[in-house]
Design a binder for this molecule. Structure first.
Ligand SMILES: Nc1ncnc2c1ncn2[C@@H]1O[C@H](COP(=O)(O)OP(=O)(O)OP(=O)(O)O)[C@@H](O)[C@H]1O
Ligand SMILES: [Mg+2]
Length: 277
């Protein structure tokens, strides 16, 4: 079967900055991958390119993005099939927040049915079947009780779970989540991660989650892709990701990715001189 996500020689530059630098990656159907890396390493850019929200740089035979065999973009141009590809790609992004003034249930329905349905949603023009499907998804992520509330009345973690419900109703086969737990307290973060992984397991949905917190990456994922300065510097089993290995990959900037208790700063080359003075 075609890969859930296939990136081939994807580069994205902003001015002189190579936000993503020649990344090739393949993610199998149902596979779960954590994308880690320090701030500015290119995680969000990679996810935006993968979803077709950003165009990769032009270049013959480069910048190829496919999902389940359907082309998203190629050589810096959106594919004609991009709408078809995006139908099975669910997004759980902070910047794709819900529509705050609409109910939770409507957000799930609108997101699942596409932009043109916002009006339909506002007017409550959904049929019984659609509503039942949305309720079931909200129940699955544990917030059916909040279905009638306005989305803005929910906590950050609850809103992320609504976005997950939306992906379920959409029938997503690949979910891309960009820092879904970035601004959450540990308890809410755990609930969101549990919900994402359960969704992936129960429905065979491939999952790519960018994370700052390496401890979450290793607790929830078998495969970790680590980025640095736009490049993939590691792609392999989460079991290899130790504090020492991260320090090897990132030097002192590893500090950003590791719990303070686990971090041991690399010895300064002139440590003796410094302490002697
Ligand atoms: N729209 C843009 N215009 C110009 N530069 C950008 C743009 N988006 C990203 N960049 C630059 O590209 C690089 C990668 O940014 P990106 O947001 O992908 O990193 P990130 O790994 O998601 O970081 P963070 O962990 O802080 O979210 C950074 O140097 C950033 O400043
Ligand atoms: Mg980011």
């Amino acid at each position: 079967m075609a890969a859930a996500l296939e990136l081939d020689r994807v580069t994205k530059t902003y001015g002189a900055m190579r936000a993503v630098d020649g990344v090739s990656l393949s993610i199998a159907p149902g596979e779960r991958v954590a994308l880690i890396g320090a701030s500015g390493s290119g995680k969000s850019t990679l996810i935006r390119v993968a979803s077709g929200l950003s165009l990769a740089d032009r270049g013959a035979g480069q910048g190829i993005v496919r999902s389940f065999g359907v082309s998203v973009q190629e050589e810096g141009r959106l594919s004609r099939e991009v709408r078809r590809a995006r139908r099975h790609i669910g997004l759980v992004f902070q910047q794709f927040a819900l529509v705050g003034r609409l109910s939770v249930l409507t957000n799930v329905l609108v997101g699942a049915l596409g932009r043109m349905s916002v009006l339909r949603g506002t007017l409550g023009l959904f049929n019984e079947d659609e509503r039942r499907t949305a309720y079931a998804a909200l129940a699955e992520v544990g917030i059916a009780a909040h279905a009638a509330k306005k989305a803005r009345q929910l906590s950050g973690g609850q809103q992320q779970r609504v976005a997950i419900a939306r992906a379920l109703v959409q029938g997503a086969k690949l979910v891309l989540a960009d820092e879904p737990i970035a601004s959450l307290d540990p308890k809410s973060a755990k609930r969101v991660m549990d919900t994402l992984v359960t969704m992936s397991r129960d429905h065979g949905i491939a999952l790519v989650v960018s994370l700052h917190q390496v401890d979450y990456a290793t607790a929830y994922f078998d495969r970790v892709v680590a980025m640095n300065a736009g490049r993939v510097v590691f792609d392999g089993p989460a079991s290899k990701i130790t504090a020492a290995f991260l320090t090897e990959l990132y030097g002192a900037s590893a500090e950003e990715l590791i719990l303070p208790s686990q971090f041991t700063a690399p010895a300064a080359p002139n440590a003796e001189l410094v302490s002697a003075s």
